[in-house]
Design a protein around this ligand. Structure first.
Ligand code: SF4
Length: 224
């Protein structure tokens, strides 16, 4: 599937301007009625579109809804351990106005989504990573979310989401380093699940991880 054509707001006549909220609402209804991935249509409980502040300067992108979290709530990064951990980070810097355990968090300055909007599962019912064809099928929705929200910074969580945005050459050594692209900057971060599991060789723990969220909050404050 080809990437959707990027149209700048300057190219749209004033009379044709549609609010970001309406555009996201329309996109979400397309996602809700999407049956492109045969296996995911069977494994998902529901589709999980992005959500958050329509005026967000920061877009956070994960891999896919988890079976114990977003697949149940319909809201990315809620209910499961990774979701609550991420919401806790955002809550501590004032970017989530709800309790970390909320299944419908109120976000400030942030919009959260995934590269794939349906929960992929193995035959034994555990989570699996989305396949390349599934990522390709869903790519247009994330591209549209980026076009509508127009973030200044995209924070990718984990390798698959980072490779989707920065390309397959990205390797884990560059996690935590901001890369400037033409239309936005990208901050590739470790997935919350990786931090919860001990953070690998670099021992990325909650305290170290939190520093990146302070940085994200500063970037948002500067834009206001
Ligand atoms: S993952 Fe994306 S493309 Fe595939 S069925 Fe779900 S919404 Fe459609």
């Amino acid at each position: 599937m080809e990437r959707a054509r990027v149209i700048s707001l300057a190219q749209i006549p004033a009379a044709a301007y549609v609010s970001k909220e309406k555009q996201i609402f329309k996109l979400n209804s397309q996602i809700t009625n999407c049956f492109l991935c045969e296996e995911l249509v069977k494994s998902r409980t529901q589709t999980v579109p992005g959500y958050g502040d329509f005026k967000a300067k920061v877009l956070i992108v994960g891999e896919a809804p988890g079976r114990f979290g977003a697949d149940i709530t319909g809201v990315p990064f809620t209910k499961d351990r990774s979701g609550i951990f991420l919401q806790k980070m955002l809550n501590k810097v004032g970017l989530n106005l709800s309790a970390p355990e909320s299944e419908n968090p109120s976000l400030k300055g942030v919009f959260i989504t995934n590269i794939v909007k349906c929960n992929p599962r193995n035959p034994d019912d555990t989570n699996r990573s989305p396949t390349n064809p599934e990522i390709k099928n869903c790519m247009e929705y994330l591209t549209k979310e980026i076009e509508i929200i127009k973030p200044k910074l995209i924070v990718t969580l984990g390798l698959p989401a980072t490779k989707f945005v920065l390309g397959n050459d990205f390797n884990g050594k560059n996690f935590g380093k901001i890369k400037k692209l033409q239309k936005f900057s990208v901050l590739p971060l470790w997935h919350p699940a990786f931090v919860i599991r001990g953070g690998g060789a670099q021992r990325m723990n909650e305290k170290k991880y939190f520093k990146y969220f302070k940085k994200i909050e500063k970037i948002i404050s500067k834009q206001e």
